[in-house]
Structure formats: structure tokens, C-alpha cells
Write a protein that binds this ligand. Structure first.
Ligand SMILES: [Zn+2]
Length: 296
């Protein structure tokens, strides 16, 4: 029990630090490459990349941040959500991205134990968090994140099929267990939404779905199999519709406006990865089994 608590705290701290890095990536990766759709994203002069500049800076006063200003979660609370130099408000999102990543990192440990599967799940979860924040600001899901996801899924599948690495690979469920499974995942996860996309272009002359969303679904299919892609599409559509209808009712947008779909897909994928089916059964008092084991 003590061990679980200690490792949970360590994972929370690791997650918070990773979240801090993800916040930086979400700001720097699209900067200068894409046009922001959400207001309030500060402009920068000169090129920005994940590694340049190495040290974090305040976008308002351009002051380089000291170590006291970059302790995840703690700094934001200590400084009351303001820059330590110019007192410009630091968006709440930097706090939320650290908190969400910390909670999900702890969940990876609690769900999968101290294992390679937990590490793999945390890498994917981090990518999903990054996608969410970028999609909200720019309505784009960068290929820089989805293409490696597809490649990684195929590699994991191939390694499970052809490399005799017992006890190391395959990673446990929810990860794909064979190359066939990965390939089928890409076919269903990428192919099915692509048909919908094509249908919209031909019949309604507009994009009903972003190509980035399709690539994300293909990556999820490659990593976790086609079941994950289908569950993600279903849950994403349900949540997206509810939010969309809610927003129309609140008159925040017209019917034809584009809704960024990525965040809802991410919620669907997270529910699959952490297995909400298990939770539902647990709440009903039934013997816990996992959704992925039920599906496979
Ligand atoms: Zn400042």
C-alpha cells in the first residue's frame, strides 16, 4: 500500500513536469506555422522551436524565467497565475495542462502497474493531450504527432508478430498484439472516416471532418486496433454532438460553423485506453473484466 502511494506521488510529479513541457510544445510547435483561430495567443518575434530558445520566457515581457517560475503547478499557484516580472496573467491553461497530465500519468501507473505498457500508454496519452490543446487553438492536428503514431503502432505490431521478445513485447492490452491487428486498425480507423470525408466533399462540397482527425484515428487504430478506432469515433461523435447542440442552443455558433473534433476524439480514446467498460461493470458490482478483453 505504501509502495502504491509513493509511486503514485512520483508519477504525479513526473506527469506535472511532462505537462509543463507539453504546454511549451503546444505553444511553440504551431507558432508561425499555423494561423490561430482562438484569440489571446500572444505573437512572437523570430523563429520558435521546441529547443530554441532552450529556456522558457514570458511572451509578454520576454523575460527569461528562473527556476522558481517553472516548477509545475506550484509556480502558477505561488505567483497567482501571473508573470513574476511583469505581472501579466499566465493563462489558466498552463495550469490545467500540467494538472491533467499529472492525473493521467498517475492513472497510467494505477491501471497498468510499473510496466512498459504503462510507459507506452503515458507516451500516447501525452501526445493526445498535446493534440487537444493545439486543436482547440488552431483547429489543426499536426502530422508531426499523428504520423509517428501510425509508424509506432505498425512497429509495435511487427515486433509482437516477428520478434521473440517474451516478457518485453508485445505490450499488454490495450496495445495491438500483432501486425495484422495494426494494419486492420489503420484500414478501419483511417479508411472509414476517409469515406465520410470524401462523401462530404462530393455531396455537400465542404469538409465534414478534418484530415487531421482521420490521421489521428488511423494512428489510434495502428496502436490499439480497429476496436479502439470505432469506440473513439462513436464516443467522440456523441460528445461532439451534445456539445455542438448545446452551443447552438446558447447561440454561440451557427449550424454551419466548424467544430474542432479532436478534443472529443481524445476523450473517446482516453476512455478506451483506461477502459471505462471496466469502471461501469465495477459500479454495477459485476466481476471486473476489461473492455478490450471483451472486444478481442
Ligand atoms: Zn512577463
Amino acid at each position: 500500500m505504501v509502495e502504491v502511494i509513493v509511486f503514485s506521488i512520483l508519477c504525479f510529479m513526473l506527469g506535472a513536469s511532462t505537462g509543463s513541457f507539453l504546454g511549451l510544445c503546444a505553444y511553440r510547435i504551431p507558432m508561425g506555422v499555423y494561423e490561430p483561430v482562438r484569440e489571446g495567443i500572444p505573437e512572437t518575434e523570430g523563429p520558435l522551436s521546441i529547443t530554441t530558445p532552450v529556456r522558457s520566457f514570458c511572451p509578454a515581457c520576454r523575460h527569461q524565467l528562473s527556476w522558481l517560475h517553472i516548477v509545475p503547478l506550484f509556480s502558477w499557484l505561488l505567483l497567482g497565475g501571473k508573470c513574476g516580472f511583469c505581472r501579466t496573467k499566465i493563462p489558466f491553461r498552463y495550469f490545467t495542462i500540467e494538472l491533467i497530465t499529472a492525473v493521467l500519468c498517475t492513472l497510467c501507473y494505477l491501471r497498468f502497474g510499473l510496466s512498459l505498457t504503462a510507459l507506452g500508454a503515458f507516451v500516447v496519452v501525452s501526445a493526445l493531450i498535446l493534440i487537444t490543446y493545439i486543436d482547440i487553438d488552431y483547429m489543426i492536428i499536426p502530422d508531426l504527432i499523428t504520423y509517428p503514431g501510425v509508424a509506432l503502432g505498425l512497429l509495435l505490431g511487427a515486433a509482437s508478430s516477428y520478434l521473440p521478445l517474451h516478457g518485453v513485447l508485445p505490450l499488454d492490452r490495450p496495445f495491438t498484439q500483432s501486425l495484422t491487428e495494426s494494419a486492420l486498425g489503420i484500414l478501419v480507423g483511417g479508411g472509414l472516416p476517409y469515406l465520410v470525408w470524401w462523401f462530404y466533399i462530393v455531396v455537400r462540397k465542404r469538409e465534414g471532418l478534418g484530415l487531421g482527425d482521420i490521421k489521428l484515428l488511423a494512428a489510434l487504430g495502428a496502436l490499439f486496433g480497429y476496436e479502439c478506432a470505432l469506440v473513439t469515433i462513436f464516443i467522440g461523435s456523441v460528445i461532439g454532438s451534445i456539445v455542438g447542440i448545446g452551443m447552438v442552443l446558447c447561440r454561440k455558433m451557427g449550424f454551419a460553423s466548424y467544430l474542432s473534433f479532436g478534443p472529443y476524439l481524445v476523450i473517446g480514446a482516453l476512455l478506451y485506453i483506461f477502459d471505462f467498460g471496466n469502471l461501469a461493470m465495477f459500479l454495477r458490482g459485476e466481476a471486473p473484466t476489461t473492455m478490450w478483453r471483451m472486444l478481442h
